[in-house]
Structures are given as structure tokens and as C-alpha cells.
Design a protein. Structure first.
Length: 211
């Protein structure tokens, strides 16, 4: 009886150890991804950062791409947790939280997006992240969105353009604006988009037929 109980404890401890090792590898991979391009990250570097052997990384993930997917999933969870602090209707607070997230993860997000074009699994996750962003926008800006479906989708797409990580990158990295100015511009873009969209289906301008 004591022997079987001891074996049970050993199996539990071993399983917990494997989970802890896996988490450490993922954390190490994400830390490297925040600093380096995907192409520059090696399994050996991940193993060294996680303080495990190269073979241990392979035992848990089998390939660099699978480690990258796990790191991207962790990044996604951190993003969701950060955005959960935003309150519906508080546009200024929501943009501030969003830009704060981009300040920490935006450069990595852009690099992962570039890598995703070459890795099918990451490309699928990128599409999921875009959909998640639009769900968040609908939640935060719900009070000011049109009720008609087509106009509502149009407004969300406009808000997505105003708040996307590439908009942040343009303002902060390419134009080298301050965080404060970046937040103000993104808020103005979002408000401007909402102010121009009424509860109607956006119409295309009709072309006059030539006589």
C-alpha cells in the first residue's frame, strides 16, 4: 500500500515537473521573441535561456515552429488579460491600456505577423488575434456603435484600422512620436471614425451613366 502510494506521489511530481519545464521553455521562447526576429531564434538559444538541454526542448515540442506556436499562445493570453482591465465606454482608458500593451508587445507582434506569412500555424493564430481584437472593440465601443449590422461592421473595421498594432508602429516607431501623442492620435482617429458613421448602411457613390 505504501509502495503504491509512493509511486503515485512520484508520478504526480514527475508530471508537475514536466509541466514546469514546458512552461519555462515557453517563457524563454517568448522572452527571446520580444527581442529578436523569428529567424534569429534557435532551439539551442531557447534551451539555454530555459536552462534545459536541446533534446529536452525537442522532447516537449518536436520543432521550433511548435515552440513558436506555444509562445504565441502565451502572448495571446497575456494580451487578453491586459485588455480585460479596459471598461466599456471609457475610450481614453481603453486606448491607454491598448497602447501600454503595444509598448511592451507591439514590436514582437509585428515580427510574429511577418513570420506568420511563412508559417501556416502562426498565420491561423494571427487571424484569430484579429478577430479577438474586433470582439474587444465591439465590447469597449458598444454604446457608440450603430445597431444595423452592416453599419456596425463598417464601424468596427474603421476602429480596427485606428487601433491596430501597425497604426501604433507607424506613430511610435516610424514617426517617433511620444506615447502620449500616440494615444491622443489613436483616440482622435477612433472618435473621428465613430462620429462619421451613423446607423445606416454605408453607401457607395453611384456612378452617373454617360448619355
Amino acid at each position: 500500500m505504501k509502495s503504491s502510494r509512493r509511486q503515485g506521489y512520484t508520478m504526480v511530481a514527475r508530471a508537475e515537473g514536466m509541466v514546469a519545464t514546458r512552461d519555462r521553455i515557453v517563457q524563454a521562447a517568448l522572452a527571446l521573441a520580444l527581442e529578436q526576429a523569428y529567424e534569429d531564434i534557435t532551439l539551442a538559444a531557447i534551451a539555454e535561456a530555459a536552462d534545459v538541454s536541446h533534446q529536452t526542448v525537442l522532447n516537449h515540442f518536436a520543432s521550433k515552429e511548435k515552440v513558436a506556436v506555444a509562445a504565441a499562445e502565451l502572448l495571446s493570453r497575456q494580451t487578453i488579460d491586459a485588455r480585460a482591465r479596459a471598461m466599456p465606454g471609457d475610450l481614453t482608458g481603453a486606448i491607454s491600456i491598448l497602447v501600454g500593451e503595444y509598448e511592451r508587445l507591439g514590436d514582437a507582434n509585428a515580427r510574429w505577423a511577418a513570420a506568420a506569412e511563412r508559417l501556416g500555424s502562426l498565420a491561423a493564430m494571427l487571424e484569430g488575434a484579429r478577430a479577438s481584437h474586433q470582439v474587444w472593440l465591439e465590447h469597449i465601443f458598444s454604446e457608440r456603435l450603430p445597431t444595423r449590422h452592416s453599419a456596425r461592421r463598417y464601424a468596427i473595421h474603421a476602429l480596427h484600422a485606428a487601433t491596430d498594432v501597425y497604426t501604433w508602429k507607424l506613430l511610435r516607431r516610424d514617426l517617433r512620436l511620444s506615447r502620449e501623442t500616440t494615444e491622443r492620435i489613436m483616440l482622435d482617429l477612433a472618435n473621428g471614425a465613430l462620429d462619421r458613421i451613423s446607423d445606416r448602411t454605408p453607401r457607395r457613390r453611384s456612378r452617373r451613366r454617360k448619355p
